[in-house]
Write a new protein. Structure first.
Length: 290
């Protein structure tokens, strides 16, 4: 197949492109950036504008994977979550329908819900629902917990912050929130395997790794890998909220109030879900180093 990966120039997209190409598929990366920092050498690049997404971008494609997602909105851009997670999805759906493309795979988020505590979770659900309800479209949605692997923005973010600290004390909001981190290669394999698996059509597939950790345990583990005797300080809830509101105004937003709200829900799977095999301990020591 010829697969278009929307938002495919980043961490997950490059792993996914490599796996697709390795299995004989043709890959076109659709990116907002005409000069992305990461672009698989075997993939084509097409540049899109979110509000001008048309079927011409999907020329010759037979399937679409949408990876677009943001964790924070820009200052003074209150509609960023809706634009990225809902409006763009509807543009892509219409373009697929106009181009006669039936297969559409969608990246959602674990516990995306219309009644979710954060804009992130609410808009992720709204985009997923729009895709699943679309006519003439064979949709599979993937709902991963946090994703780790080389070049991730999860473990690497904590590692970068720790390296900047003069005093080995790490103040942490929502330290008891639980996660089941999923390895990016496991996620990519599930997506690729689902492309021609008709049994996954109409499904929302939850994806978690084999182990659960509190956020405090994850941060402490990163400190161990860096060789730092890091003391993690769990912030009281009121201070955590305040931290999120203050950091909303910091460039790069290492944390935000919407992040705080998302962290009110444990990012773990149910016992009935099929878990991925690879744990953080299998992979993280290869790329988190002192």
């Amino acid at each position: 197949m010829h697969i278009a990966i929307v938002g495919g120039s980043g961490f997950v997209g490059n792993v996914l492109a490599d796996m697709l190409l390795g299995r004989g598929h043709e890959v076109t990366i659709l990116s907002r950036n005409p000069t992305p920092r990461q672009l698989h050498p075997g993939a084509q690049l097409r540049v899109y504008e979110p509000h001008n997404f048309s079927e011409l971008l999907l020329k010759d494609c037979t399937g679409v994977i949408n990876l677009v997602g943001i964790l924070n909105k820009r200052m003074l851009h209150s509609d960023d979550f809706d634009a990225a997670h809902v409006v763009l999805v509807k543009h892509i759906i219409r373009s697929c329908q106009a181009a006669g493309i039936r297969r559409y795979l969608h990246m959602s988020a674990l516990h995306a819900n219309a009644e979710g505590p954060s804009e992130y979770l609410k808009t992720k659900y709204a985009g997923e629902a729009a895709a699943l309800q679309a006519e003439n479209l064979d949709v599979t949605s993937f709902r991963p917990s946090v994703i780790f692997g080389p070049r991730d923005s999860f473990l690497n973010r904590f590692a970068r912050l720790m390296k900047l600290l003069i005093i080995p004390i790490f103040p942490l909001a929502c330290a008891n929130t639980r996660f089941a981190p999923v390895y990016v290669n496991d996620l990519a394999e599930r997506i690729v395997n689902s492309i021609d698996d008709t049994q996954t059509i109409g499904q929302c597939i939850n994806l978690c790794g084999p182990k659960q950790y509190t956020l405090e345990q994850i941060v402490s583990y990163v400190g161990q890998l860096l060789g730092k005797n890091m003391r993690v300080i769990s912030l009281p809830d009121g201070i955590a909220q305040l931290q999120g509101r203050v950091l909303d105004f910091v460039p790069g937003k290492p944390f935000s109030y919407d992040n705080y709200l998302s962290l009110q829900v444990d990012s773990v799977c149910a016992q009935s879900d099929s878990l991925c095999a690879t744990s953080m301990e299998d992979i993280a020591p290869q790329y988190i180093k002192s």
